[in-house]
Write a protein that binds this ligand. Structure first.
Ligand SMILES: Cc1cc2nc3c(=O)[nH]c(=O)nc-3n(C[C@H](O)[C@H](O)[C@H](O)COP(=O)(O)OP(=O)(O)OC[C@H]3O[C@@H](n4cnc5c(N)ncnc54)[C@H](O)[C@@H]3O)c2cc1C
Length: 479
């Protein structure tokens, strides 16, 4: 029997696509290569029994903002957000820390002479966050007009530039500049390149508007809630079922691929015209990540007390130091003092570890596929701002880029964003064209983070692709 829809891959995008189409009334089957659903949204006891670690995504400002997730009854299927008291802390060597707090007022007050400039920059977007998000998490070039064109134009004016350009001339305080550098590091680009400011603007405004929550019990519970939505609507999810060739896909009226362009080429490139194959081959991946997870016998002893209340802590010192580190990685080097993104889930979720114990998660960037062991450099950065940290480590698990790619084939060379988020690949993702989701085979769509709006756990690539698939299926039914 021909299914209406097959989805290849059960990452957040694949699951949102599957849930949307199943809830619309189509028969849906998801094929997942691994034994657990969720792709980059899975958790496991990586170090010691009873210590739950998010293997990939841990912090969800985009998830809690996502219209795709909001359209699904995730809470009814067990999703609970946990908000840390402070979304982000950025400690400096003098013992101070720049804080991104839930309150815009308190954050601005903490930025001293930069307070007014900060407020002017982000307040308009914080105030209208829920209106702005659908435009930010939408494809930029499909001929569609943003829902809020003026607000979006104002946002784009700041976001589509480098974070260095955004910060220079606007901020004077070392702490504010450092905090913006740390925010922009999430873009995996040198901080002199556009659109690094966009990552700082989105993450900064989201902290005030919706917070930077974690998922109670681990990110896996978000993936499981998404999977439950698929099943509740009659969809089927087949695990341990890698799709290695187009011939492995059973007959279906529409197929959505939550996979990388490179694997799509390997799997079905012979079905595409030469020009599309060539365009897909030009899609670029960025640097990789080197990740460390720890089981800890106590909370991290941050010198700055506010860091002990923050869900996320960015380590790397000043703007200049972080910019140097990211530039070095981009050019193929390994910084002695890498910029480190650290999450301490147990500050807001005691269920992640046995009583009195803690978990922490951190990564730094490395050149794609790098075999260099960065664990000591990452731990030295934590120790720099929290001396005594190493004495608390009772379990450690490291994932260099090769392990990341083994965990999830979409992380090519350890690239966690589904392809470099350069200005070009922000607009043309995966290729230039009017519809980034539609593949040149009738009824086939790409729905992974290699389509707009790109990396992150938000499911919006899946939702946009699924909306096009629905249109296709309905058109076919009526002809
Ligand atoms: C270390 C790390 C930290 C991160 N931190 C955050 C964070 O804090 N917040 C955030 O929002 N994002 C974060 N991310 C990014 C986020 O995880 C990804 O952007 C997101 O998961 C992409 O979702 P996706 O649905 O496009 O694909 P993926 O999550 O990559 O899922 C793809 C799925 O498809 C399956 N698959 C692939 N090929 C096949 C095949 N041929 N047959 C069958 N199945 C297949 C894979 O096994 C996988 O399950 C992080 C990622 C990493 C690695």
């Amino acid at each position: 029997m021909t299914a209406d829809v097959v989805v290849v891959g059960s990452g957040p995008n694949g699951l949102v696509a599957a849930a949307f189409l199943a809830r619309t009334g189509f028969s849906v089957t998801v094929f997942e290569g691994e034994s657990t659903v969720g792709g980059g949204c899975r958790s496991a006891a990586l170090t010691l029994p009873g210590f739950i670690h998010d293997i990939c995504a841990a912090v969800h400002p985009l998830g809690i903002s996502s219209p795709g997730f909001a359209s699904l009854p995730l809470a009814a299927h067990g999703l609970n957000w946990r908000q840390p008291e402070i979304p982000l802390a950025h400690p400096l060597d003098d013992g101070s820390a720049a804080l991104l707090e839930r309150s815009l007022d308190r954050t601005a007050a903490g930025f001293g002479r930069d307070g007014d400039a900060y407020r002017r920059l982000v307040a308009p977007f914080v105030a209208r966050w829920s209106g702005l998000v659908p435009d930010i998490l939408a494809p930029a070039v499909t001929g569609t007009v943003p829902r809020h064109p003026l607000l979006m134009a104002r946002f784009g004016l700041h976001a589509l530039r480098s974070v260095r350009g955004l910060v220079d001339g606007r901020f004077v305080e070392r702490g504010t500049k450092a905090l913006f550098a740390g925010l922009a590091v999430h873009g995996l680009l040198p901080l002199e390149r556009p659109p690094t400011a966009s990552f700082a603007m989105v993450l900064g405004a989201a902290a005030h508007a919706v917070g930077w929550p974690l998922v109670a019990g681990g990110s896996q519970n978000l993936a499981d809630a998404l999977a439950a939505c698929v099943r509740a609507a009659g969809g089927d999810i087949v695990r341990d079922h890698p799709v290695r060739a187009a011939a492995d896909i059973p007959p279906a009226r529409a197929v959505l691929f939550d996979i990388s362009p490179r694997h799509l080429l390997g799997l079905a490139g012979d079905r595409f015209p030469l020009s599309y194959r060539q365009a897909l081959r030009r899609f670029r991946h960025g640097p990789g990540v080197f990740k460390v997870d720890w089981a800890l016998s106590g909370p991290i002893p941050w010198r700055n007390g506010a860091c002990r209340r923050a869900g996320t802590v960015h380590l790397g010192g000043t703007f200049g130091e972080i910019a140097r580190s990211e530039r070095q990685v981009w050019l193929g080097g390994h910084p002695d003092r890498p910029a480190v993104l650290l999450v301490q889930p147990t500050v807001c979720d005691a269920s992640r570890a046995p009583a009195g114990k803690h978990v922490a998660w951190a990564y730094c960037h490395v050149p794609a596929g790098s075999p260099v062991d960065m664990a000591a450099a990452v731990e030295a950065q934590v120790e720099r701002f929290a001396s005594g940290f190493k004495d608390l480590v009772i379990g450690r698990h490291v994932m260099p880029p090769a392990a990341m790619e083994a965990h999830n084939p979409n992380y090519i060379g350890g690239d966690i964003t589904g392809g470099v988020q350069s200005l070009r690949q922000t607009f043309f993702r995966p290729v230039a064209g009017r519809d980034p989701y539609r593949l040149p085979v009738p009824g086939w769509f790409l729905c992974s983070a290699s389509t707009p709006p790109g990396g992150g756990v938000h499911g919006m690539c899946g939702l946009h692709a699924a909306q096009r698939a629905r249109h296709w299926l309905e058109k076919k039914s009526s002809t």
